[in-house]
Design a protein around this ligand. Structure first.
Ligand code: GLN
Length: 182
């Protein structure tokens, strides 16, 4: 979370940490960081955040999920643990831990036409993959073999990778643009 907060602060945003529903109602956008999606899911239900985040998504609050955060914003997941739930919002199917085994962490430079040059320096850590996207979802970045790793649907952004680790700021910039226009 510290890396996200650092980039957002550099880009001129006021950053607050959100752990409880009342803290969510005080912000105009939400970054859902990496971590372990099944744990974030369980904690969010225990602390009343699942309901609050679902309501915020329905109300159009911009959100940006990286890695586990992308999993949590997906309408559908594969290879979740038994009973794993998501907040939903992005009309995509996301596979957890899609790059298992020896390459469960790697870096790549991605073509991202929507973001322009230079290519996106992306760090993947036990990363998920976007397996399918609905008709209203824009693909923002792909691996060289064509697999989708960054998406946007309206005010919701998701990346399989961690731009905050490599200092890539364009996704956070895009997120803040969404917050300003919301
Ligand atoms: N593999 C993790 C999960 O399933 C995500 C890893 C990450 O966020 N870097 O939630």
């Amino acid at each position: 979370m510290r890396e996200h907060a650092g980039i957002l602060t550099d880009l001129g945003a006021d950053v607050e940490l959100v752990r409880r529903p009342f803290e969510l109602s005080a912000v105009d956008g939400l970054v859902i960081p990496g971590g372990e999606s099944s744990v974030i899911d369980k904690l969010s239900r225990a602390f009343g955040m699942q309901q609050s985040i679902r309501e915020a998504i329905a109300a159009g609050m911009p959100m940006y999920g990286t890695c586990a955060g992308l999993i949590l914003l997906a309408e559908r997941i594969t290879d979740g643990i038994a009973g794993q739930q998501t907040f939903g919002g992005l009309d995509v199917t996301v596979q957890r831990n899609a790059f298992g085994g020896q390459i469960d962490s790697f870096e790549a430079y991605l073509d991202a036409p929507a973001l322009g040059e230079p290519p996106v320096h992306a760090v993947f850590i036990r990363a998920p993959l976007v397996q399918s996207v609905g008709p209203d979802v824009e693909t923002l970045a792909r691996l060289h073999d064509g697999r989708v790793v960054a998406v946007q649907q309206g005010p919701l952004l998701g990346t399989s990778f961690h731009p905050e680790v490599s200092g890539e700021q364009r996704f956070h910039r895009r997120f803040l643009d969404l917050v300003r226009t919301a």
